[in-house]
Design a protein around this ligand. Sequence first.
Ligand code: SAM
Length: 251
Amino acid sequence: MSGYNALAEVYEWLISDVKMAPAEFAASFDDVLNLLPPNAHVLDCSCGTGQLAVGLAGRGMHVVATDASEAMVRRTAELSEQFRAPVRTARADWQELPEHFDDDTFDMVFCVGNSLHHAEGARGRVAALESMSRLLHRGGRLVLTSRTWELVRARGSRLEISDRLVRRNGRDAVVVYRWDIAPNWEDEHHIEIAIAQLDAAGSVLARSELLSSWPYRHEELEAELRRVGLQTELSTFNLEAENYMVVASKA
Ligand SMILES: C[S@@+](CC[C@H](N)C(=O)[O-])C[C@H]1O[C@@H](n2cnc3c(N)ncnc32)[C@H](O)[C@@H]1O
């Protein structure tokens, strides 16, 4: 189960400026989007608040957006209406995707913004990747972005408090991450995220959520992609960078 329902209403305080604007978020994937045919069919299978899905729809693609969190799916549908950019939405866990869509439906599947670590261990991850792979046409591509979990684990358990106020919708907030790093890679880890909004009168409104996480090494991810019939075409993995992108195509 995803624990993002409480975070959905304050999710913009967690994302970067680039992700706030649908067109800009989509443009950050220009290199892979340029590989798509006109009117491509694309799926964002952990859509969050929908900026990527809406940005893709704004380019004329046929876009489906799914997420395990009902509240996230609702926010995506609202954003789609606001931008008049049609996005079909559904609440679906990755493993449920084949119940919603036929095999070979999409030209590209996106699983971005550090989502896959919420799949339960190696078994859950492979099941999730298997679903994504099934839905792709032959030659279609999975685009996945990830934290560099090797770095996260090396830093150990810690409290991370934003060193600046984050301003969204005219409101400032302090963002806090509590990383609970388990002894072994394969153990369940926890990340507690708190957003404390401050108003001019000094009141504090806090929202927080405790999330489960199963980090993975880049090399494990590569092997798991191969297991589900996906061939890595590009990986920006670099042990010194916080995040990386993998693009893998269906053989
Ligand atoms: C860190 S957010 C990323 C959201 C968005 N892709 C972005 O880049 O801002 C992770 C998302 O994955 C979703 N998620 C977590 N577990 C999931 C699962 N098992 N199936 C589908 N979505 C899941 C969460 O609900 C959340 O919206």
